[in-house]
Design a protein around this ligand. Sequence first.
Ligand code: GAP
Length: 506
Amino acid sequence: MPPLHERLMELAVSRGFLLPSAEIYNAPGGFYDYGPAGAALKRHIQEQWRRIFITEPGFLEIESCNVLPQAVLVASGHVEHFADPVTECTKCHQRYRADHLLEQKTLSSWAGLSPSDLNAGIKEHKLACSNCKGELGPIAWVNLMFPTYIGAGIENQAFLRPETAQGMFLDFKRLFVQQGSKLPLAVGQIGRSYRNEVSPRQGLIRSREFSQMELEYFFSPMQDKIEGFEKIENETVRVLPPTDGDAPLAVEDVSLRDAVSRGYFPNEILAYMVYLEDRLYRSLGITHGKYRFRVMPRDELPHYSKGNVDLEAETSYGFIETSGIAYRTDFDLSQHAKHSKQDLSVFVDEEKKRLIPHVVEPSMGVDRTLWCVLESAYRPAGNGKEWEWFAFPPRIAPFVAGVFPLMKKDGLDELAQNLTAVLRAAGLEVYYSQSGSIGKRYARADEIGVPYCITIDYETKEKAHEAGGPTVTIRYRDDGQQERVEISELAAKLLQLVKSDKVRKE
Ligand code: GAP
């Protein structure tokens, strides 16, 4: 049996979730296109994020540019520090990420170690080029950003953004004024980010172009409470606290309130963001026991951070960090104020003084999250189905329903097409299919996780003009059972089913 991620990647490509980008040119790895099923699934995941993160008053969504002038990324530290340690084969010049090579060999993390430690590790573990067995050269830092130029000359250096977050910092001052000059202010966006990974690997997990859903919560450091915390403080989340010395790591189910009072989370705001990420993962159907919030130990924190918590999901690749929440203090705004020579401080009424706001940033990867959704929803053949299928929650499935005429003749096809148009006009994402036997069409719907199939049969046609109105069948994905429903009630019924997550007849 191949590992689950190999099989899933095959299914994802063959069923139109993912397509290797520029495949006909044998293009370099690390780039994926989303096919029809994948693009819809991704869009629905993003809509869920929006529903959960951008609903509170004072939470705004923006869309900022992907190309950033060099000065921005000098200020943010990306030009100097956003680099990976790379070793090059002295014979065939193949390049490798040194920490990854050592990780594969020793099965332990080498992230963040100095070049001399990595050089020593390569020697100690006798690592050689996997291509030609040549000797590996000394570590060099390779910046991960994609460079470009603005305009005709080469003097205006720029980069594709390595994170969406910078847009929120750059737009902060104007948004603050537009929103009535009040803190707290939360600004988020969903968009593409670009990192020229030395060794992209594990499909969507480490790619060169990917999407992020990030939010910057700007607040006064003297007011590090968040409205509504008292309503959720007893919710529990799975936390992996930092350990003392060599004590083994142990996951705890802990309430948000206790996580703050024990010092796992630096304040209520970060705890609130953990709650929102947890809500999002639950709503996406990611098995609760399969992810945890790892509190970063103090010695791993960046110098400006007052606390970082990573959402780590258990996948067939092992535990993967799919999101992070960071208490970034005033680092980013202060850096931009210094480099742009603009005043980014604001006047805070409560304190009657000017200050640079602090920031808590929940940063979620769309693609890694989507991969977790695929893994969680995957079902092997069995239990009445001869095909592998996906059990997505109805609210994020690529389509709500497929609409099928039993036969593509006798006017059933026309009735089904009309019904498709009516359901679309009611705002439901449905598709029409008439090719293949009805059994095959049900199987194809299951294969991309469509929760309901609507079939127009001869009874629908015969009763088209009867009192009570014509009926159609709804087939439920998870148990394959069907029920008859009046067409006039169908749209409302589907909306209700989606809302209640019902995927079985009983
Ligand atoms: N603004 C903070 C930031 O960008 P990060 O940990 O570098 O933090 C946040 O990235 C999230 O973006 C990650 O948790 C991950 O889900 C996603 N991500 C980062 N690099 C990625 C890559 N090469 N491929 C796919 N997703 C990536």
